[in-house]
Ligand binder design. Sequence first.
Ligand SMILES: Cc1cc2nc3c(=O)[nH]c(=O)nc-3n(C[C@H](O)[C@H](O)[C@H](O)COP(=O)(O)OP(=O)(O)OC[C@H]3O[C@@H](n4cnc5c(N)ncnc54)[C@H](O)[C@@H]3O)c2cc1C
Length: 375
Amino acid sequence: MKKLLLLGGGHAHVEVLRQFGRHPMADVDITLVSPDRHTPYSGMLPGLVAGHYDFGDAHIDLEPLARFAGARFLQINAVAIDAAKHSARLADGSILNYDVASIDVGSTPPAKGLAGVAEHTLPVKPVKAFLAAWDALLDRVRAGDVRSLAMVGGGAAGVEMLLAMLHRITQMHVPRKTRFVLITDTPQLLMNHAPGVRATLTRHLAHKQVVVYCATRVTRAEAGALYTDNGTRIEADASFLATGAAAPAWLAGSGIPLNENKFININKYLQSTRHNELFAAGDCATMENKVYPKSGVYAVRQGPPLAENLRRFLRGESLIEYTPQPRTLALISTGEQHAIASWGVLSFHGNWVWRWKDQIDRKFMAKYRAPWRST
Ligand SMILES: Cc1cc2nc3c(=O)[nH]c(=O)nc-3n(C[C@H](O)[C@H](O)[C@H](O)COP(=O)(O)OP(=O)(O)OC[C@H]3O[C@@H](n4cnc5c(N)ncnc54)[C@H](O)[C@@H]3O)c2cc1C
């Protein structure tokens, strides 16, 4: 019996589980290790915060999916991996040995160089902690205790999340108005998108009276305020971080080759560049010689080739290559049921774009809710 160990219930691993459930392999013992039973789907997170979706709409339940795959599900964090010994250590100290392992544990927003950040700001990931804090914040809003809310990070995730928060809070119709602030150290918002997308979003932000600071680096956080590199004090009763992706710290010391940003170096087969029996996908991994953003779209696209290569590796067959697509369609929601589509230099927007996005997202989630039914 060969042991396949899946660390993390991320966007690529849910597809691995689905594929192994649909086409079971004899003599393979699968274990999934992930801290939360419900894994969030990034595409629907802003809609969950905005109030368009409930928790179940935006999360995949790993327990039935693992059962479908014939996998054992251990609801716990992995804290270390020893690539030389083919073993992983879990948060309770137990050790799991593997013949083949795959890592899809995601990332968190980097907070390097930001003093006071751990105490006074909240990263949008891990999502479970963020959602708990968001619920607590809504109680503070109801109590009239949030005059200002700041988001640090001017990429799609930060802008989308701020607009989602603004929509939800506006819908609460509390007498005390909240001031919304968006801060980014980049010269403009949404640097990876076309000018048309930027212009539409900037209009939306202005219309909703969001105060935007570009080319401004937050250096320090304290209770009720953020401080920037140009000496500005920005009032913020609540501050959130969506500053991009940093690799999980526990990967260091694993013996796995990591790149300069501590992400796992993988080859075109989604395999560690040094350890053939170790695969990785999603935000925690970076393909050598390829440039592509850390986004859920890539993690999702890596799912099918990862599943295929894990199967092939277990059978001793040659592996298939994965090539990241040069560009992806981004559908960026603007809080209400309206979204902007961004595809290369093209951009268009409207309520119909949100409905289109909603259909795509619901179809994606249905695959993992009833994995036996979908193709
Ligand atoms: C607010 C926001 C909105 C976004 N919107 C979009 C979008 O619309 N489209 C898009 O393409 N991208 C979006 N992104 C980016 C997207 O969230 C990530 O790129 C995507 O989640 C990466 O998928 P993943 O599989 O690598 O990791 P994740 O989806 O983060 O999954 C990681 C899994 O590993 C588990 N895990 C973590 N640590 C451990 C551990 N130590 N041991 C075991 N398990 C562990 C986690 O619990 C989780 O189940 C958004 C990000 C944010 C923050």
